[in-house]
Design a binder for this molecule. Sequence first.
Ligand code: TPP
Ligand code: MG
Length: 346
Amino acid sequence: MTKTRDREVWKSLRGIPEIYQNKVPPMDALRVFDIMAKARALEERLRKISKTEHGYFWVGGTGEEAFNVPLGLLVQKGQGPAFDYLHLHYRSGAILTAMGMPMIDAVRQMCSRATDRFSGGRNFVHHYSIPAWNVVPVSSTIETQYTMAPGTALAQKRFGGTGITIVNGGDAGTSEGDFATCLNWSSIPGRELPVLILVVNNQWGISTPFSEIRGEQTAIQRCGSYGIRWETVDGNDPTASWNALSAAIAYVRDTRKPFGLEAAVSRLHGHSSSSGGARVDEPDCFEAFKGQLIEQGTASEDQLETIYIGHEDEARKAFETVVREPLPTPDTIYDHIFAEENSWQP
Ligand SMILES: Cc1ncc(C[n+]2csc(CCOP(=O)(O)OP(=O)(O)O)c2C)c(N)n1
Ligand SMILES: [Mg+2]
């Protein structure tokens, strides 16, 4: 017998159900500012290092802090399927700063040091891998993380509990089939998966504008075609981001179904050091939030500046420590590869 579908359902897929929006906890604005300042100070240091002989390439998330910091604070952090899995990309540094990653960890990878705990000095900066926090290795091939995300979500669905899978990436990458794969596997009726599908839309794919290659207004609206609820948010506004992320995460945790959220963000230093990394004229979420806190009387300009200077100092000291650390030696080149002991013989 042919199954019929309720056509009205498709019209109501936009938005997070009100019961989850009503349960959003209040945001600690000063705490969020403090971590945004830390993430920004770190990113500025990393970018500067790329101009010295100690760094070779910079790519990062300057301009995404207002969205990424709330996200990092809302993660259920830990190892194994009871906790959240994170499938991130190269602009996700502020998420990890909010989760508690020490600055020096990022600086070690930036400087390709043997002490780099993510890749032993072998990978680009912001290519994290943290088993203790379920942060799966960041891949330089864009969008592959969307294909992998349903795998950890399937394990979580079978395991039970409240752990969810969070995947994020850029707007241009959603053109890849990997994005469709994620929507496909997450939305099979009766076998939906607890995946928070994020798209961080800065309107650029290196030098290709979103508006010139995509017919739709947002990348995330494609969720609707798969029966997945979705929403958009101003990723330059930390409060709006906190509210949307809290509610979306609560929805995925509770229903064990996917949700799509797209954040509109800025890309403040171009694509990467390959395009020069110079500052561009786009809205700056950090400066805007600072202005807002001063205007509301939450803190004075001096107090906020002191917070930033403290983080700048820490980043500089981390760099001074790291440059004295050793580079990896050639005999370590095959350490930690996919199969270290290959028993297969021709
Ligand atoms: C599979 C694959 N194709 C192409 C590239 C080259 N590449 C690196 S970044 C990038 C643009 C990504 O744009 P977007 O997904 O919007 O992310 P953004 O850098 O804007 O955050 C491309 C095409 C790649 N790394 N991997
Ligand atoms: Mg982009």
